[in-house]
Design a protein around this ligand. Sequence first.
Ligand code: UDP
Ligand code: MN
Length: 297
Amino acid sequence: RMELLEDVSLKRMLYEKPDTLKPPRTDVLLVTPWLAPIVWDGSFNIDILNAQFHQRHVRIGLTVFAIKKYTVFMKPLLETAEKFFMVGHKVNYYVFTDRAKEMPNITLADGRQLEVLEVPSYKRWQDVSMRRMEMIRDHSRKRFINEVDYLVCVDADMKFMDEVGVEILSDVFGTLHRAFWGASRTQFPNERRKASAAYIPPDEGDFYYSGSIFGGTVEGVHKLTNFCHHEMLTDKENNIEAIWHDESYLNKYFLYHKPTKVLSAEYHWENYPGVGTIIKKKRFVLIRKNDTAIRNK
Ligand code: UDP
Ligand code: MN
């Protein structure tokens, strides 16, 4: 890819001038202390971003695991992704599953592909959840690096309800957890046992990041998943498992490897009735499920 030699100038566009004395939002933090943007509705102009990312012919991979009964979530997830996820860009869906036969038949728009990756399952749902890091890591090196520029890694029990586009893309990004984005450090459900590799002291931590959606460049995701997998194995050897599994290791990673972008809770929300004053768009929401009926089945 000869990106350096390409003319990267944008075409003439008309839009409202950014006003240095009038921030688009004053109710929420728009930038971290390490100057990473925090992505809230109203803080970006998607037309400018789309023009930039189209120029780079960006390719995006969406990874999701549908192991055992979780295949039931693929139809709503993929159908809503066709409506709202990276519309107009090149997208590869990578579904990791042990039940390829249960994959729904979904018509995809031009430039979008579904790749089913057959992988083994684990007995405990906690292991299914945690081993995602290892499998994303392995496939990043083997395959994703040759096929896409960015990866967006999500839970299966989710659906899109509004636009999720290139505004989320960056070297490595995390997402504010819907239940803890206003919480104090001591309220973060981080791992508090010093014996665990995921340990975070109560006087540290920037945000509490959701394990249900993170991403970055293939290289950025490779580093992140490799770290999380290694810390999980270390804990396994010591017979300890972090309180919130892969999410705890992810939070440990982001504490000392700061994300280059942070997505607001619009990207990890729930279909609560009505619209809030702060959360103006329910972009990506979880589907309420009966955990005992679906886990370990
Ligand atoms: N998962 C799966 N099969 C299972 C358990 C988990 O495919 O039997 C995957 C699936 O992608 C799921 C993710 O692991 O979204 C995390 O598990 P879950 O969503 O149940 O955790 P929660 O979000 O409820 O904490
Ligand atoms: Mn989930």
